[in-house]
Design a protein around this ligand. Structure first.
Ligand SMILES: O=C(O)CCC(=O)Nc1cc2ccccc2cn1
Ligand SMILES: [Mn+2]
Length: 253
């Protein structure tokens, strides 16, 4: 049946990313941040980029963060990042769906070692494009108030990116450390970091189009608590409302 092939497909991905998940677990536990280069390889990365460009050509990307224009100019807004949410089931998004399944395969196996968290849900994938007109992303924490998100997972799609010319550096300021992590948004690079206050971060102004696909993984306990807390208020933002259950796959022994 389709379900069985889906299970087989996922268990193949699990075994493929088992070793990588161990490394990600070690790195996340030690630094709270982990970057993996050449995650899917040139060809697949290229296919994913092609699908992202198609999404943008289809005009379904909406402005994400509105940023105030320079004080001198009229109060025109410079578009921040343009975003759209995909769950991979959209037509002609097979490779984005494959990317999400690979992220899941790594995170779920990582999570089984992170006994502090039980990760059984995630957001859809947020496809973001910075237009490259000096737009940046001001310093922030992804999950400052316990909305349930515990791991931020970002896949970058920028070929031949040169920070000196193109800017767009992601800077993470790990809490309690004077070290800053400078992450270049390189093609086929996968980045993990704790979503909470441990990792305030910002994106420096970008002078070239800058693409990234982000998924946030929920910790079951924190998310359930957040839903209880927000139940009364109807201020559930779209992010909090949408959650995708992660497929349980038998351990590939
Ligand atoms: O592109 C990067 O290197 C990271 C950019 C970034 O932090 N994006 C971002 C985007 C967000 C969109 C909605 C809600 C919270 C959000 C938090 N962070
Ligand atoms: Mn962020």
């Amino acid at each position: 049946s389709v379900k069985e092939t889906k299970e087989q497909y996922l268990s193949i991905l699990y075994s493929r990313f088992q070793e990588l998940a161990c490394y990600v677990f070690e790195c996340l536990t030690k630094y709270g941040i982990c970057a993996i280069d050449k995650f899917l390889g040139e060809a697949t990365g290229q296919e994913i980029l092609r699908e992202v460009l198609q999404l943008r050509a289809a005009g379904i990307m909406r402005q994400g963060q509105l940023v105030q224009g320079p004080s001198s100019s009229s109060n025109k807004y410079i578009r921040g990042d343009m975003i759209t949410w995909v769950d991979g089931s959209e037509p002609r998004a097979e490779n984005i769906q494959y990317l999400i399944s690979c992220m899941d395969a790594v995170v779920v196996q990582c999570a089984s070692k992170l006994n502090a968290y039980i990760i059984n849900e995630r957001t859809k994938a947020m496809v973001a494009c910075y237009p490259g007109n000096q737009t940046k992303y001001v310093r922030h924490v992804d999950n400052p108030n316990g909305d349930g998100r515990c791991i931020t997972c970002i896949y970058y799609l920028n070929k031949n990116w040169d920070v000196k010319q193109h800017g767009g550096l992601l800077r993470i300021y790990p809490e309690g450390s004077d070290q800053v992590a400078n992450i270049e948004p390189k093609f086929d690079r996968l980045l993990f970091f704790w979503s909470d206050r441990r990792n305030p971060h910002e994106v420096e102004p970008a002078f070239m189009e800058r693409f990234a696909i982000t998924v946030w993984y929920y910790d079951a306990e924190e998310r359930a608590e957040a839903l209880r807390r927000y139940k009364a208020e109807s201020d559930l933002t779209s992010l909090k409302k949408q959650a995708v259950p992660l497929k349980k796959v038998m351990k590939s022994d």
